[in-house]
Design a protein around this ligand. Structure first.
Ligand SMILES: [Ca+2]
Ligand SMILES: [Ca+2]
Length: 274
């Protein structure tokens, strides 16, 4: 022990002391290096943490911006669509305005023409009242206070009745000897007249529902006693329920009953305009 101490003293005394100081300085340097490294590492961790936080915020803000951009695009499309709809509605409104103007102009023209027509009818009426003349539509024949239409086509009885109505009249109702003679003098073949017993067999009604019993009748009389109406059933079990002037054989002076489904010419009647 005494020897070691002596050696140490000797070392201090001989330069080993400076080596010791060098060694201690190196130890201190290494310690400070470690401390600096630790500080640097901690700083680096904090820096990386901060960088991650900034990155997260960047991603979040980017997502929000992207969502706002998407919303902006959708709103822009909706605005474009609304603008297009508005343009369409505005165009339709403009077209409707033009149509309304045209309709108004047409209405005014029609109203004016109607006024002229009414004045013409009034003048004609005054003329007819003073002259005793009557007016019948074109293709109608005037006689007395009536107009008569002799068809050029053949129809069954129901079609003939309806056709007369569409022409503004009705199948002929014969109420006088003069009317019967006028009719027979103007036809050369059988024609439907407005008489039938469709509802009740044997109960003959005119198309205005007036019963035949209250007017004159001109049924065909035969010498063999088989007179008309005979409700002939040998060709159809329903019998004959519609009256015609004459029959298919050509005789046209009197009435016969016939099958309503037969097609014949017909006579319409209407009141003359006076
Ligand atoms: Ca009958
Ligand atoms: Ca008959």
């Amino acid at each position: 022990m005494g020897s070691v101490y002596e050696n140490s003293v000797f070392a201090f005394s001989t330069g080993h002391f400076s080596n010791y100081r060098e060694s201690k300085r190196e130890v201190n340097t290494a310690k400070w290096t470690k401390v600096l490294l630790i500080v640097f590492a901690v700083s680096l961790v904090f820096a990386l943490g901060g960088l991650c936080a900034v990155r997260i915020q960047y991603v979040s803000v980017s997502a929000q911006l992207s969502a706002q951009e998407t919303n902006g695009t959708i709103m822009s499309r909706q605005l474009d669509k609304l603008t297009a709809n508005f343009t369409t509605v505005r165009d339709h409104l403009h077209i409707n305005e033009l149509l309304m103007k045209e309709l108004t102009a047409n209405y005014s023209r029609v109203k004016e023409q109607l006024s002229i027509s009414e004045e013409t009818v009034r003048k004609l009426s005054r003329f007819n009242q003073s002259s005793g003349c009557a007016i019948c539509a074109i293709h109608w024949t005037h006689s007395g206070e009536k107009c008569y239409y002799f068809s050029t086509v053949k129809m069954n009885w129901t079609q003939s009745r309806d056709h007369c109505v569409t022409k503004g009249g009705h199948l002929m109702i014969i109420t006088s000897q003069a009317e019967q003679e006028f009719l027979t003098s103007n036809v050369k073949e059988t024609h439907w007249i407005g008489l039938n017993d469709l509802d009740t067999e044997g109960r003959w009604l005119w198309v205005d529902n007036q019963p035949l019993s209250q007017t004159e009748e001109f049924w065909m009389k035969r010498e063999n006693g088989v007179s008309e109406p005979d409700n002939w059933t040998k060709q159809h079990v329903d019998g004959e329920d519609c009256a015609s002037l004459g029959h298919p054989d050509g005789e046209t002076d009197f009435w016969t009953d016939a099958y309503c489904f037969e097609e014949k010419r017909f006579v319409c009647e209407a009141a003359a305009a006076v």
